[in-house]
Design a protein around this ligand. Sequence first.
Ligand SMILES: C=CC1=C(C)c2cc3[nH]c(cc4nc(cc5[nH]c(cc1n2)c(C)c5CCC(=O)O)C(CCC(=O)O)=C4C)c(C)c3C=C
Ligand SMILES: [Fe+2]
Ligand SMILES: [Fe+2]
Length: 351
Amino acid sequence: MPRSNHYTGVADQSDASSVQSVQAGVLLVNLGTPTAPTAKALRPYLAEFLGDARVIDYPRWLWWLILHGVILRVRPARSARAYGKIWTAQGSPLRFGSEALAAGLQAELDRQQPGTLRVALAMRYGEPSVAHTIEQLQREGVRRLLVLPLYPQYSATSTGAVIDAVADTFKTLRWPPELRFVNDYHDDARHIDALATSIEHWWVTNGRGDKLLLSFHGIPERYVRLGDPYFDQCQRTAQLLRERLHLGEDELLVSFQSRVGRESWLHPYTDTTVRQLAASGVKKLDVACPGFAVDCLETLEEIAMQNRDFFLAAGGETLRYIPALNDSAEQVRSLAALVRRHVRGWPESIA
Ligand SMILES: C=CC1=C(C)c2cc3[nH]c(cc4nc(cc5[nH]c(cc1n2)c(C)c5CCC(=O)O)C(CCC(=O)O)=C4C)c(C)c3C=C
Ligand SMILES: [Fe+2]
Ligand SMILES: [Fe+2]
């Protein structure tokens, strides 16, 4: 029986007062992806994403004119062609990969202690939105919420933007749930172990290249100068992986991909690095992207296609992309452990 509102005498559908059982929720949040590989679908997605001041911090009126006057006339068609190369019968890899990970995490948490933690997935840009997903969790009775952005390294442009979306949603709720947040898990021991194990397994099946390149998504260098910890966290993840895989600084290299615009972004750039490596005589290059929890445009098209072409054109023989952790048992278990640590002390949860 839904609990009725004492003052109105009717079942109250607002906020959470009609709940029967109080439980905790885990909200996974990924970036978001267009609904189709078409310019028409790319335009609203890019408008929301690139219109976010966390992502591009230029003065609003100036940036609005550039974004709507120039960028959104050209980029949607170009991006749509790239998405077309990785689109599948199940849709966008980022979307179905994130859904599979959420389902895997729910199953793992239920296996350990059934019915205590409800896992939901939201997208920062596009649907299902953070606001709708939190409202849905509240309707289901969630009174405690752990938000886990699927970004191992904190950046204001990625994790910070998720914090904004949650904060904006909370402003609209009369009785928001109790809130916890995972800011980053770049040095989490189980996460590093999951990454290392998946790379080692991949080498057992496919053999080992001459060098391993870790390519992280870039951000403008200026953001790091302003205090964004992203660069240091990427380097820390790389160093921990070096130690765990017993590789030297010249065997495991770091670079930054996906640069947009004219500003200087984090160095070294991935495209320059793969060309230089080929020119210096590296024949077999393995590339992994530990900043991406699930595969997406930036890994499947930019690394496995574009940068592979750059490497071959510069004299390399093979560039092999080592897949993201996706919904592997390694990732599901490491995230389940991370979640359990963060919900400690919540009565209905796994302590
Ligand atoms: C222009 C500024 C951008 C910043 C800053 C930025 C940071 C950033 N992005 C990710 C993760 C992803 N980005 C993805 C795509 C993507 N990124 C940008 C721009 C910036 N990203 C654009 C314009 C796009 C869209 C594609 C394109 O037009 O090139 C994706 C993939 C999405 C998908 O649908 O597959 C991810 C994931 C992080 C982690 C990050 C900061 C650290
Ligand atoms: Fe991006
Ligand atoms: Fe890209």
